[in-house]
Design a protein around this ligand. Structure first.
Ligand code: ADP
Length: 163
């Protein structure tokens, strides 16, 4: 059984993340979206909300699970019996960081391979940080995030920490 871990902040999940996941779900038997959280590092949305929004956005994918983890991704992957770490590549700007990360992870556990996927071109420029920026400045985010994310952000605008 080929199990892939798709780790990330997903703060919030975007159509870019989702497209990588949909391709991954076709290739692997099971994909576990692993939302990294660190209570000392405050994100935009709390990890529990990020998880809920991911769950709602991936409900159509039957071989996908959603989980949260703290600490080293590679340790989490071992615990889950995963053979693959799935990461997305947007542009050359992602490459250097992702290469360093994958080589570090290979040095820590050579039997877990990192696989990179690219999104469809129309999603390749989307990032969680630009979504946050657009939302904070009252722009329309519906082209960038799945409906559950847009709905949550719209209904909770007054209570979200916009700093
Ligand atoms: P991290 O903080 O670990 O980078 P992210 O949630 O920002 O977490 O991203 C998780 C993964 O998804 C990363 O591999 C990132 O490159 C990839 N990703 C994010 N947005 C896109 C996109 N639009 N196209 C392709 N890959 C993407």
């Amino acid at each position: 059984m080929r199990i892939a871990i798709y780790p990330g902040s997903f703060d919030p999940i975007t159509y870019g993340h989702l497209n990588v996941l949909e391709i991954g779900a076709e290739i692997f038997d099971k994909v576990i979206i692993a939302i990294s959280h660190n209570y000392n590092k405050k994100g935009f949305l709390p990890p529990e909300i990020r998880k809920e929004l991911v769950e709602k956005s991936v409900a159509h994918l039957k071989n996908v699970e959603v989980d949260m983890f703290e600490g080293l991704t590679i340790e989490y992957a071992k615990k889950k019996g995963a053979n693959v770490l799935l990461r997305g590549l947007r542009a050359v700007s992602d490459f250097e960081y992702e290469m360093q990360l994958s080589q570090t992870n290979s040095a820590l556990a050579d039997d877990i391979k990192t696989v990179f996927l690219m999104t469809k071109p129309e999603y390749a420029f989307i990032s969680s940080s630009t979504v946050k920026e657009i939302f904070i400045n009252n722009g329309n985010i519906s082209k960038f995030v799945p409906p559950p994310v847009e709905q949550y952000l719209t209904y909770n605008k007054n209570t979200i920490n916009l700093k």
